[in-house]
Ligand binder design. Structure first.
Ligand code: F6R
Length: 364
């Protein structure tokens, strides 16, 4: 049932604050300021390496998790898309945790990768939305997302719930490794608990994003730039846009622009820049200015401080609430989803059933 919404995708975007809160509810104890996983005690101290494998949007959640696991737990992380992982002869040593991320729990490549990792002696952790799925059944550590059924083919709420679980997992891991003080853990829990309200504040900018959509709908190519844990949001924004609006879009690490993609810039290519305030802001903005200097039409997604500092010369700005860098990926996922959604509606495509795509890819 779509309720008051025109499409399932729109409904699922709007549901995110609720389902992310629901998911966090089984991973955080906010009053105690503690992270707690919904699994039996597991000894993370024995884990020497993490291998993250997924496809599509779930892979981008894994990309964000790599930043978090490295930053918080100081554990080496290997990351790959499932279709590459299976065939590249990965080196899987004892003491490895293999982490699979999937909405459906049935994606053929990811499931085959899971079985490959199990045969190679890895502990198997699964972040999955469908609790009765094959991946859920085959997990040693089952980490459910509580997004509820996702009907729109383009994944939205499952993605942000995956990020919520992965942030909690990274914090838990870090604590087990003795790398997180009580105070740091309390801080992380506090920031994560703020995510649903911040996502609501992001959704409140829906009208502005809708107003921008006709302009983007005219483009033949769109670029997305981000850095650090927000770089995967650039990739996700581009994937969402191409999936449902059929506009060619690419996401790049902002610092990679000058190594090639900047040659694409002219006045016909909108460039969506994802730049929350934080340690990487100035770096991203200097890449953005390189784009502007070549006539690029920039849409800056940032908070009030960021827009005040760098909004000059952009064609539009989309203001997000000021958030801690830890939760920025959850919050900045919202405007890129909404932008893809409204551009697709403006183009009149079938938003919930885009051409050539299936909700669950059960063939290789
Ligand atoms: C993008 C999308 C796909 C899926 C991918 C993995 O909007 O929906 O890229 O993310 O097919 O699917 P799951 O997560 O079910 O393994």
């Amino acid at each position: 049932d779509k309720g008051n919404h025109r499409h399932f995708m729109q409904k699922e975007i709007f549901e995110q604050p609720v389902v992310v809160a629901q998911t966090l509810g089984s991973y955080l104890r906010p009053l105690a300021g503690e992270v707690s996983l919904p699994i039996p005690e597991f000894d993370f101290t024995q884990i020497r390496r993490v291998t993250i494998v997924a496809c599509g949007t779930s892979f981008y959640a894994g990309m964000v998790a790599k930043y978090w696991f490295e930053q918080f737990a100081r554990v080496p992380v290997d990351l790959d898309v499932a279709s590459e992982f299976r065939y590249r002869e990965p080196v899987l040593e004892d003491g490895g945790l293999a982490l699979f991320i999937s909405q459906s729990g049935e994606t053929a490549d990811t499931l085959a990768a899971l079985r490959h990792a199990r045969a190679a002696g890895q502990k198997i952790a699964v972040v999955v939305n469908v609790p009765t799925s094959s991946m859920a059944r085959e997990a040693d550590l089952l980490l459910p997302t509580h997004a509820g059924p996702e009907i729109g083919v383009a994944s939205t709420k499952a993605f942000t719930c995956q990020l919520a679980v992965l942030a909690a997992l990274a914090a838990n891991f870090a604590r087990a490794k003795g790398r997180l003080s009580r105070e740091e853990e309390q801080e992380i829990v506090r920031h994560l608990a703020e995510a649903p309200a911040a996502m609501n504040a992001a959704i409140a900018h829906d009208d502005e994003i809708e107003a921008l959509a006709p302009l983007i709908a005219k483009a033949r190519d769109v670029l997305y730039l981000g850095r650090g844990p927000d770089y995967p949001m650039a990739l996700e924004g581009a994937l969402k846009l191409k999936e449902i609006s059929y506009i060619h879009a690419e996401g790049y690490a902002a610092g990679e622009m000058k190594h090639g993609p900047i040659a694409l810039i002219d006045e016909h290519v909108p460039v969506i820049v994802i730049a929350p305030s934080g340690p990487l802001f100035d770096k991203t903005v200097s890449n953005m200015q390189e784009v502007q200097a070549r006539g690029g039409k920039v849409v800056l997604i940032s908070d009030a401080e960021g827009i005040a500092a760098a909004g000059e010369g952009t064609i539009a700005t989309i203001e997000m609430p000021r958030v801690h860098p830890l939760i920025a990926p959850l919050v900045y996922a919202v405007p890129v989803q909404l932008l893809a959604y409204h551009v697709a509606v403006a183009k009149g495509t079938d938003v919930d059933q885009p051409r050539n795509l299936a909700k669950s890819v059960t063939v290789e």
